[in-house]
Every structure is written in structure tokens, then in C-alpha cells.
Design a binder for this molecule. Structure first.
Ligand code: ATP
Length: 586
């Protein structure tokens, strides 16, 4: 019930629908009690005394009662459906909004498949339970209560006798529930591993094919499919045993009723009409017993689903704005970035960066070079406040970045990542992502600067060409050029090129860099690169190793001193150096 209480704020506005839905269902249940009574009147007051003139009137009354009950059931479905849909809509929006603001730290651990199933399957389970399941669970009690009252009012001895088998029915239902629940959970897990296999395969289709692992993947899928099938068979075999057992127990009840009730009628202690009415009333008790397991199961599953959805909604956001956070004014930002003794570790891992210090003056170019995992990207992530530093301070224009509003800080930084993510939309929209009111001329201007215009124009619909998921259908270099255009359009004070030109050839890199010279003017630029050619014009280059700065200086200085930079330079410029040496010898 705690889950229901926490979810209440999402359906509070439509609380009246919940009340109406429950009332309508309870009323339908109560109205249903009229039919057995009409049956009793029909037999005792019309058929037995031979007063057939009353029959049409009774038949019409039955019809009216049935229609009225139908209307009430419709109203229950109507209000329940509206309530469920409203709740699901609210929850979906709330979850999606939360996912937008959750920090990078959350996404480091989150699994796509798991999040997707929370937003679809779990949400659907909650919708069904709040919309219908809850009212139906309550209705189990209404039916038993109303049924018992009506039966007692006809004959209390017969009621007690026929209720003998009820505890057995309830026990079987609950026992069944305790078995079928884990079976369903197991089935859910099997289904989730099945969908994960499909998702991974579609996403990683290129890797699968290039390693010729199709057969392996088919076998893996078949195994998971087999597990799902076995689980389904087990669950359905449980169901197939449940119904005959319940039927048997219910029949015992009916047999007792007919035996004892029949003798009461013979001895004149009960009328035939009363016996028939009693006979139809007993289903008011047996029916809910059959459904008890299902309703409880439904409740426990929805409770688990509710917990999973609330877990997302209650997730704390660790990078948040201070109450009096400062908004940056685009026209006034200078782009002066300072790192003072910055140290940071991801969770409990070893520190990813240790005691980083630098002073990037407005408009300067800072380069980072280092092996994989040396901490280059982490420095950039910290500057964007994807994570807060463990110790030390990062400042922008002399103020701690934690004093700025996160959105405002990030709006001043444009990053071209190693991996470019493109949305399934037109190339134009991908370039203009996140920026409103952009003219086509501006989009074309930045695309030209990023050397993307020519290949875009060669595409079937030019800038309106829709690129597939994650930019399928474009080469790595083409995707990167679109990302560069996207960054340029943002017109930021700070530009980050995280291995931005790694996917393009040397010649294109040269061309793009020539374009960059233009756009880098007046912006503080951070370049992360594996190629020295990308860094040679930087004002300061920092060489990182295991999170520490091991060398720093300009290109011309660093190539003079023995160390990591010189080693990389020698490897990458081997041909050039060989030519120079050969020239010297001649
Ligand atoms: N999201 C993360 N969660 C946990 N550890 C991380 C995360 N990102 C990076 N690390 C760890 O932090 C260290 C520095 O990683 P970082 O990505 O900054 O290196 P890098 O120099 O940019 O490497 P590359 O050139 O391969 O991109 C590595 O040991 C890495 O395993």
C-alpha cells in the first residue's frame, strides 16, 4: 500500500474516477443480486401457483436489471480506463523528465533494456492495477459479503453448510498463487534476457557479422528462447491443474447444496424458488475464490512494478543547481577556464584524474595527449559538470562552476565527441539540435565550415535526408563532420574537440582544422587527440599518464625533451623525420 500511497500524487487529480469506478463496480455487484431474487419470485409466485400473467413482467424486469448492471459495468470500465490512462500518461512524462535530468553517474550503471522495460511493461502493469485491478480486488470482498448476506437472508443453515468448502477453495487459490507468482517472475526474467539478446544483436549487427558469429548468436538466442518456452509451459501446466481442482471443490459445494437444500425443500422448510435463487447466489462466492489467486498475483506484480518505477522517480540527482545559482550571460562570458588541484574518482575506483592544474586563458588552445584511460575525457566531463570534483576547484571566469546553473554552464560549451550520436531525423535537424529558430543559411554556413556541405548535397534529399538510428547510412567521418557543424552552430565560448577528427583521413583533418582556425578564434578550445598533427598549434599541451600530467608545454618545446611526447612524435612522424635526416646527410 506504501507504493500506492507514493503513486497517489500522479492520480490525485483523477481521484474521483477511482472512487466512481469502485462505486460503479460495487453497485453492479449489488444489482446482480436482484436476478436470483427475481428467479425466486418467478418460480414461487408465478410458475408453481400457475400465475403465468406475471411472467412477461418479470422477464422485462430481468432485462432491465441486466441492462442496468451492464451500464454500471461499462461505467466502471470507463472511469477505470480513464484513470489508468491518465496515471500512465503522467508517470511516463515524469519518468522521461527524470531521465533527462538524471546525472551521468546514474547512466554509468543503468542498463538500456532494464530502463525500457520499466517505462513500458512496468508502467503498463501499474496502469492496469490502478485502473481495474484495485477495484476488482475490492470487489472480491463486496461479492463475498453481499452474497453471504443474501444467502443468510434466505436460509442460514443451508448457507453454513454450503460454505464448508470455501476455506479449501481459498487455500487452493492462495497456494496456487504462491507457485504461479515465482513462475511468472521467472518467465519475465526469461523474456527480458530474450529481448536483451535481440537488442544487442540489432545494435551490434556489424560486430556479429564481421566476426562471423551468426551461428553462435542464433544458438544463444535459441537457448534463451528455449528457457522462455519451458517457463511458459510450466506456468500453463500450473494453470491447467488449477482449474480442475477448483472445479472439483466447487462441485462438492454444489453437491452439498443440492443434497441438503433438496431435502429442506422436500420437508417444506424451503421453497423451490429459494433453492434455485440460492443455487445462483453460490457463484457469488465461488467466482471470487477462483479469481482470488489472480487478483493477488496481479497486486503483487503491480506492487513490484510500482517499486521499479518509483526507483527511477525517486533517484537522487547528484549534480544540482544551488538555490542562488548564477546564469551566464552569453555576451559577457570570456571563456577563462582554470583547474586548481582537481582530483576525481568514479565511485570507489582509483582516481581517474589526480591534482590537475591549468589556466586556459580566453581564446587559448589547450591540447591533451595520453594513452587510453589516461583521464583526458574525464577532465572534459568535469569541466561540463557531468560529475562534481572530489577535491580542488574548476573555475570559469574566476567563479567556481558549481555556482553556475548547470544548463547555463553547458550552453557555453560545445563538444564534438569521439562517438557521434545522431538522432533519427533529417540532417538539418541533427545539425540544429538543441537550437531554436535557426535559418537554413546558418545551417549551410556551418556545414560548409565543417566540410559537410558537399556530401550532404549529394544525398537524395540534401539537408532533408533522414538519417537512421545513430546515423546509420553515414560513414564515421561524415557523422563526425555533422557533429562538428552542430558544435559550430551552437557558437560557444568554449569548444571541446574530443578526438574530433579521429575518423577522418589526414587530408580532411587538415581541411577541417583549417576551418577550425577560423571558428576557434575568440573561443577557448580544448583538443583531445591521438594525433600530434591535431595538437601542434596548441598554446599548451598536457601529456597525461594514469590521470596525472607528466609533461606540459608547447609542441616545439616538447619535441626537444625526451619523454612520452617525443616518443609519440617519433612514431607518427617517422617518415617525415627519415626524409629530413636523409636531406641532412646529402
Ligand atoms: N563512466 C565511468 N565510470 C567508471 N569509470 C570510468 C568512467 N569513465 C572513465 N572511467 C575510468 O576513468 C579512467 C580515465 O578514463 P578517461 O575516459 O578519462 O580516459 P581517456 O584518456 O579519455 O581514454 P580514451 O582515450 O580511451 O578515451 C579510466 O581508468 C576509465 O576506466
Amino acid at each position: 500500500m506504501e507504493v500506492l500511497r507514493q503513486l497517489r500524487r500522479y492520480y490525485q487529480e483523477r481521484m474521483s474516477y477511482l472512487v466512481l469506478s469502485i462505486l460503479c463496480l460495487a453497485a453492479a455487484t449489488a444489482v446482480g443480486l436482484i436476478t436470483p431474487n427475481l428467479l425466486r419470485i418467478l418460480i414461487d409466485d408465478a410458475i408453481v401457483p400457475g400465475d403465468f400473467e406475471r411472467v412477461p413482467m418479470l422477464a422485462i424486469t430481468v432485462l432491465i436489471v441486466v441492462i442496468f448492471k451492464g451500464l454500471l459495468q461499462f461505467a466502471h470500465g470507463f472511469f477505470g480506463g480513464r484513470l489508468g490512462n491518465f496515471l500512465a500518461y503522467k508517470l511516463r512524462n515524469a519518468c522521461y523528465e527524470k531521465l533527462q535530468f538524471l546525472s551521468f553517474r546514474y547512466y554509468d550503471k543503468a542498463k538500456t533494456g532494464d530502463l525500457m522495460s520499466r517505462l513500458t511493461g512496468d508502467l503498463e502493469a501499474i496502469r492496469n492495477f490502478i485502473g481495474f485491478g484495485f477495484a476488482q480486488l475490492l470487489n472480491v470482498f463486496f461479492m463475498v459479503l453481499f452474497g453471504c448476506i443474501a444467502m443468510f437472508s434466505i436460509n442460514w443453515q443451508l448457507t453454513l453448510v454450503t460454505l464448508i468448502s470455501m476455506p479449501f477453495l481459498a487455500a487452493v487459490a492462495l497456494r496456487f498463487e504462491s507457485k504461479v507468482h515465482p513462475a511468472f517472475q521467472e518467465m519475465r526474467l526469461a523474456l527480458s534476457s530474450l529481448t536483451t539478446a535481440v537488442q544487442e544483436n540489432i545494435t551490434g549487427v556489424r560486430t556479429v557479422k564481421s566476426f562471423a558469429r551468426e551461428d553462435f548468436e542464433v544458438d544463444k538466442f535459441s537457448d534463451r528462447n528455449e528457457r522462455y518456452k519451458v517457463n511458459q509451459i510450466f506456468a500453463s501446466s500450473l494453470w491447467s491443474k488449477f482449474f480442475p481442482v477448483m472445479e472439483l471443490l466447487a462441485s462438492v459445494s454444489v453437491a452439498i447444496l443440492l443434497g441438503v437444500g433438496g431435502s429442506l425443500v422436500i420437508h417444506g422448510k424451503m421453497s423451490i424458488g429459494e433453492l434455485v435463487a440460492f443455487f445462483s447466489l453460490i457463484w457469488y462466492i465461488i467466482g471470487p475464490m477462483w479469481g482470488l489467486g489472480f487478483h493477488i498475483n496481479n497486486y503483487t506484480q503491480s506492487k513490484a512494478s510500482g517499486e521499479r518505477v518509483l526507483e527511477v522517480l525517486n533517484q537522487p540527482i547528484d549534480v544540482v543547481d544551488k538555490e542562488d545559482a548564477l546564469e551566464l550571460d552569453s555576451y559577457k562570458v570570456k571563456g577563462h577556464v582554470t583547474f586548481e588541484h582537481v582530483t576525481f574518482a568514479y565511485g570507489n575506483k582509483m582516481p581517474a584524474v589526480v591534482d590537475i592544474n591549468f589556466d586556459a586563458k580566453p581564446g587559448s588552445v589547450i591540447g591533451f595527449l595520453g594513452g587510453t584511460g589516461s583521464g583526458k575525457s574525464t577532465i572534459i566531463q568535469l569541466m561540463m559538470r557531468a560529475y562534481d570534483v572530489n577535491s580542488g576547484t574548476i573555475k570559469l571566469d574566476g567563479i567556481d562552476i558549481r555556482d553556475y546553473a548547470v544548463q547555463s554552464l553547458r550552453s557555453q560549451i560545445a563538444t564534438v565527441f569521439q562517438e557521434t550520436f545522431l538522432f533519427s531525423s533529417s540532417i538539418r535537424n541533427n545539425i540544429a539540435y538543441g537550437i531554436n529558430n535557426v535559418t537554413m543559411e546558418e545551417v549551410i554556413r556551418v556545414a560548409k565550415l565543417a566540410k559537410a556541405h558537399d556530401f550532404i548535397m549529394e544525398m537524395p534529399d540534401g539537408y532533408d535526408t533522414v538519417v537512421g538510428e545513430r546515423g546509420m547510412g553515414l560513414s564515421g567521418g561524415q557523422k563526425q563532420r555533422i557533429a562538428i557543424a552542430r558544435a559550430l552552430l551552437k557558437n560557444p565560448r568554449i569548444l571541446v574537440l574530443d578526438d574530433a577528427t579521429s575518423a577522418v583521413d589526414m587530408e580532411t583533418e587538415h581541411e577541417i582544422q583549417a576551418g577550425f582556425q577560423e571558428v576557434m578564434k575568440g573561443r577557448t578550445t580544448f583538443i583531445i587527440a591521438h594525433r600530434i598533427s591535431s595538437l601542434r598549434h596548441a598554446d599548451e599541451i598536457m601529456v597525461l599518464d594514469q590521470g596525472r600530467v607528466v609533461q606540459r608545454g608547447k609542441h616545439s618545446e616538447l619535441i626537444q625533451v625526451p619523454g612520452a611526447y617525443q616518443d609519440v612524435y617519433r612514431i607518427q612522424y617517422a617518415d617525415y623525420l627519415a626524409k629530413v635526416n636523409a636531406g641532412e646527410r646529402e
